[in-house]
Design a protein around this ligand. Sequence first.
Ligand code: HEC
Length: 507
Amino acid sequence: MNNIISLLTVCLMLAGTYLTQASKLFAGDGPASEGAVERSSQATRGAQPLLESAGGSGHDSAIASPPSAVSPPNGSPGLAATLGIMFVDGSTSTLLVERDGRKYIVDLVARSVREAELPAREAARKPQSQSTFVADQPEGASVFKQKCSTCHGPDGRGLATVGTPNFTDPKVQASLTDEEIVETIKNGKKDTLMPAWAGKLSYQQISAVAGYVRSLGSGSQPQQVAAPGGARSAQSGIYEPGDDVLMTLPTGRRLDRHGFYVNFSHRFAYDPAFSGTARGGALAGLDGFSLSSFGFRYGVTRKLSVSIWRSPTFIARPIQMMAAYNLMDEHDKYPFNAAVRVSIDGQNDFRQNFAENLEGIFSRSLTRHAQIYFVPTVSLNVRHLFSPNSFESRDFPNLPGTNTFSLGVGGAVDIRPTVALLAEVIPTLVNGNCHQSGCVDLGIHRPAYAFGIQKKIWRHSFTFGFTNGPATTVSQRSATRAAFVNDPTADTPNGLFIGFDLTRQVY
Ligand code: HEC
């Protein structure tokens, strides 16, 4: 309550100041709340009475340096200028108020007002021009690489998925004083992922890494430190996929060593999203059955991972086991990423209709905002997609298999730092269908394809999209809804249905 009153008081006083200057229309006619009484006379005369009446300045008289990145408010810059108000970049609670050539910092949360020692612009320049660090570059760079780069990026440019700032951005540098950098490193930042390092790093190390963080602001530094620290400045051009798949096509991204991941996928394959009878309850097919698969992935080493994946009975309940190995990674200065995956899946909970798959996953970042993917896949003993008549094992037929080759192609483009648009198409180039006698017809007449939108959060991602491919195992994924429901037209755009994926790194 007190908070609200004093906030209101500040607002009223500021408004009062403006109105007084603009006209005397409301002079002497204000609401009778404490402080507001003073508004028309004192507020215009000088800042000190105004500030004191806002409360808190008494207990917080320490002179401090001002926040260093300020900008005029949106909307009515004229009004803000008249009132001498500047917002502080990145802060939701601090205002800079200018009165009679002096600047005051208003902290609405702490309910304190204090005088800023330096004019804001000088302070903004100070950290860059006269940084007090005696930077020990090699040590700072190596601490940064070992302790900080996982969250701040190897080059300090920040990772959108973690929400870390870009230390090479002059605006970010200007918003941080040397003290703030050291304090943040020592104590961490409450309610964020930024950990406290006091006790884990020595004073020298903290000072060195603070100096290194500061040095990232002056453009030439990242190259200079690249050699001793082993950090790579070229990495800024590398795309970070949010998930192990686009919609269904694998991205081949590397897992964390000893990282443990849970993956889910839902495919509402029975009811098209954009066509069909107008059953009010179906809501673009979301009321229908979904084919809900889930699995786990584990990073054995930084390059080797294993996974297990299971799809439900309605799509023959396959269990798929896989090992994946990353041969090349753009993070290691290769021109593209390359991974191989071998997998085997067996239907009816790994009891029959086994298929074996070999995939190559090649991807390349176009910038750090986009990546393209090529996934050639050989699958042996692929069966026609089917839905058993019941949960009973005897209702799972032993079907003949055939060997296929498909070439998945996909792309991801970040439209915002943590939001990507995705598209993929997986044509079966060999043995998708067969009309002669004596061969196995998989009923794949059109390529499976999907497009969607993905939200990437640190260690999580959620992807929502539309597809004509009901299946998510390697041997089934290039088949379409037409094969699944035995209707040749069911995989046209008319038959697109909703799917979503969810991935979470648990450890
Ligand atoms: C677990 C992830 C993680 C690690 C490890 C980490 N940071 Fe941070 N750091 C963050 C996040 C997230 C933020 C942004 C907090 C916020 O939202 O303001 C941050 C913020 C900072 C800031 C303040 C930036 C600002 O604008 O206020 C500095 C300085 C910083 N980190 C330095 C370091 C240094 C140096 C190390 C290594 C010794 C390190 N961090 C390790 C996650 C991390």
